[in-house]
Design a protein. Sequence first.
Length: 179
Amino acid sequence: MVIKTKLKKASEKPIEIFVALFIILAVAMVLLKLFRGQIADQTAEITKFQTIEAAQALCNDKCSKAKTNNCRTEDLINFCVTNYELDLDANSEIGIFSDSAYEICEDKIHCPLQINCVCGRQLSMANCVTIMDEFYTELYGGAAQSKTRIESQLKYSHGACSVVGADSWYELLVVPKLP
């Protein structure tokens, strides 16, 4: 009888061990899934932050160069036309961002729309158009050539924003200042 009881207990042990291991494995998988989800969210946030920092650094560099060169017109224009791509609304799609005062195309964001740069005067988009117009009118000898050059450098015509809306930064800030 003692031998039968020992055999019975010995045969139950592997089943108990198997069930315990299965429960531990299930708990480990749930914890791993939770941990992986948190890491993915943090990685996406870090990547977005680094992208924003890189874009701001590019624009700040252009602004600093203009200041270093005594606000030379060519450097001011270089700041004005420098642009970058950035998913502002973090929806993983490059399109039109309209949560600001005007619509911005995420595939061509110009530095004056995002960075405050003062070099003799505030380099807003409207002031950039004035600076460009003065420079190109003198360089090319006329308002028509100046307008064509400004439009070619500022107007977005690719990607998600090939159509300019009435509430876009281009229509609100550039068009009224064009010659």
